[in-house]
Write a protein that binds this ligand. Structure first.
Ligand code: GTP
Ligand code: MG
Length: 265
C-alpha cells in the first residue's frame, strides 16, 4: 500500500530533463565533462537526467569520444549534424530531438567546454521544482561572475549587451545572453522559433530571441547566480560577428514588438 502511494508520488514529480550540449572540436574536454555530469546527476533526486550532444561534425573526433561514453552510460545521446551550422542551428536541432525523440519535459542549454559548472545543474533543477518555467544561470545578479581573465572589452560588451537587450526589449532579466538555462517544455515549446526560417540568428544571438519568446509566452523566469568559468582546453568559436548579430536581433525584435503594439512604445 505504502509502495503504491510512493510510486504515485514519484510519478507526479518525476520529469525527464535533457542537458543539451552543442560541440565543435571539444575533444579536450568532452569525456571529462560527460563523466562529471554523470556524477553530478546523482545529487539530483526525483528526476530522470539525460544528455544530448549535438556535434557539428567536429573534425577532431569529438563524436567518437561521445560514442565511447554512450557504451558506459545509457542516458547519453548523440546527434551529429552534417556540418557546423552555428550555435542556434545546433540548439534548435537538439531541442526538437530532445522533445520529439527523447520525450523531454525540460531541457537545459549547456556549453561543452566546462565554462558552465556541472554543479549548477542541480540549482537550475531546484528552481524548476519550485515552479519556474525558464531558469537562467545568471552572471549579472548578486553572486554571479564572469571569468576574471576576460579582457576589459569582452567584460564590457557582455555586460552592456545584456543591459541593452533588457532596456530595449523591456526584459525582466539581467543576464540576457547567458548560455546556461533550463526551459520547461509544456506550455512553451510551441512558442519557440524552432525553424531555420523563424530563427533570426543561426549563431549565438538566437539566445536573445528565445528569451524574448519565453517571456512573451508568459514564462515565469528566475535567475540563479553562476560563475561563468574559463574554457577547459579547445578554442573559442565566438567572434565579433556575434556582437553585431546580437544588436541586429535586439533591434529586429524591438521593431516587431513596436509593430504589434497599437500605441507604440
Ligand atoms: N554543434 C555546434 N556546436 C557549436 C557551434 N559553435 C559553438 N559550438 C559549441 O557551443 C559551445 C559554446 O561555444 P563557445 O565557442 O565556447 O562560445 P563561448 O562560450 O561564447 O566563447 P568562449 O567564452 O570564448 O569559450 C561550445 O561547446 C562549442 O563547442 C556550432 O556551430 N555547432
Ligand atoms: Mg565557451
Amino acid at each position: 500500500m505504502c509502495n503504491v502511494a510512493k510510486g504515485a508520488y514519484e510519478e507526479l514529480i518525476m520529469a525527464n530533463i535533457i542537458v543539451i550540449i552543442p560541440t565543435y572540436n571539444e575533444r579536450a574536454s568532452i569525456a571529462h565533462l560527460l563523466d562529471t555530469l554523470e556524477l553530478e546527476f546523482h545529487a539530483i533526486r526525483g528526476h530522470q537526467m539525460g544528455i544530448l550532444i549535438v556535434d557539428g561534425n567536429s573534425p577532431d573526433g569529438t563524436a567518437d569520444i561521445v560514442r565511447r561514453k554512450i557504451k558506459e552510460h545509457a542516458n547519453i545521446h548523440l546527434l551529429v549534424e552534417q556540418q557546423k551550422r552555428g550555435l542556434g542551428m545546433a540548439y534548435i536541432a537538439g531541442m526538437k530531438y530532445a522533445v520529439q525523440r527523447l520525450n523531454a519535459d525540460a531541457f537545459i542549454e549547456f556549453d561543452g567546454d566546462f565554462q558552465h559548472d556541472p554543479k549548477d545543474i542541480a540549482r537550475l533543477v531546484a528552481a524548476f521544482d519550485g515552479g519556474y518555467d525558464y531558469v537562467i544561470g545568471s552572471r549579472y545578479v548578486a553572486g554571479g561572475e564572469v571569468p576574471a581573465h576576460w579582457p576589459w572589452h569582452r567584460k564590457m560588451l557582455s555586460r552592456f549587451g545584456s543591459l541593452f537587450a533588457k532596456v530595449v526589449l523591456r526584459l525582466p532579466t539581467n543576464d540576457n545572453t547567458s548560455g546556461l538555462k533550463l526551459t520547461r517544455v509544456r506550455g512553451f515549446f510551441t512558442a519557440l522559433p524552432l525553424s531555420e526560417e523563424a530563427l533570426l540568428s543561426k549563431r549565438y544571438a538566437y539566445k536573445i530571441q528565445f528569451l524574448h519568446a519565453m517571456i512573451a509566452a508568459g514564462a515565469r523566469a528566475k535567475e540563479v547566480p553562476i560563475a561563468f568559468l574559463e574554457r577547459e582546453g579547445g578554442v573559442s568559436k565566438s567572434s565579433l560577428e556575434d556582437v553585431t548579430d546580437s544588436l541586429r536581433v535586439v533591434l529586429t525584435l524591438a521593431y516587431r514588438d513596436f509593430q504589434k503594439s497599437p500605441s507604440g512604445f
